[in-house]
Design a protein around this ligand. Sequence first.
Ligand SMILES: [Fe+2]
Length: 317
Amino acid sequence: MAKVKILIVDDNVANVELLEAYLLSADYRVVKAFDGQEGIDQAYKENPDLIFLDIMMPKLDGYEVCKRLKTDEKMRFIPIVMITALSEMDAKIKGLDVGADDFLSKPFNKLEMMARVRSLLRIKNLHNDLDSSENIIFTLALALEAKDPYTAGHSERVASLARSLAKEVGLPEDMQNKIHKAGILHDIGKIGISESILNKNTTLNGDEYGEVINHPSIGANICEPLKSLLDIIPMVRYHHERFDGSGHPDGLIGENTPLGARIISIADAFDAMTSARPYREAIEKGKAINIMTSEAEMGQWDPKLLSAFIKMMRRSD
Ligand SMILES: [Fe+2]
């Protein structure tokens, strides 16, 4: 097994050497950086399992480094231990605010430090496992649609359109990220529907239609066991609801459908219309917008979201 890699970021060379000696004696691999910017560069280059981070440093201080790493989806599971002087209560509060996982006081106590390293690495491993179960579901969603030339790329396009719409209406970045994930996963429930129905080039009969409209609930059930997808599940389940209550599975009306699901439904309908299907050609973008505008007049779409969507699409033309 590859050795655990720990990054030390501190402009005080004596501190770095002392920590390094402790860590090497416990058979960890050590990489070093001597200012905040170098710390960030090394974190991206080396992808360490844990970071020791000093606070007062030239260029970028430790708070800024911590904040940047913790707001990056790819880096935020790397535990960060901030190095503080014994009595610095303010430093700890500020450190917690920027997402630090733990603190180590100077002068270092070797036993205490090693115990913290072990416990943080255990947590990191749990996150790694979680990440890989999440990855399996995402891979499955993309593999599923790639089989079918008519839907290849659909989920990614819906995800990116939905994220842009979320941004357009001023939702915060973590919500934009969740909506993007839900966009990728929204049709994963189609895995439970037979291909002969999905690829049929004539109108579906009643039984077949009944099977197709189950896919949002099946999708929500697939994602259910993953706690990390908790906020995403309603967006999957309700992406075929319509503002006037004419959708499925539950016929939710208006804002009873979660905002994320309303956003995905617009992106989904637009991408479906503007892509070819076994039973029809792709509809040109301007025409799709006209169709959705008249559907909104009849109550099918959240009017505010749809007008934000149209504004955004016109700008990108
Ligand atoms: Fe769908």
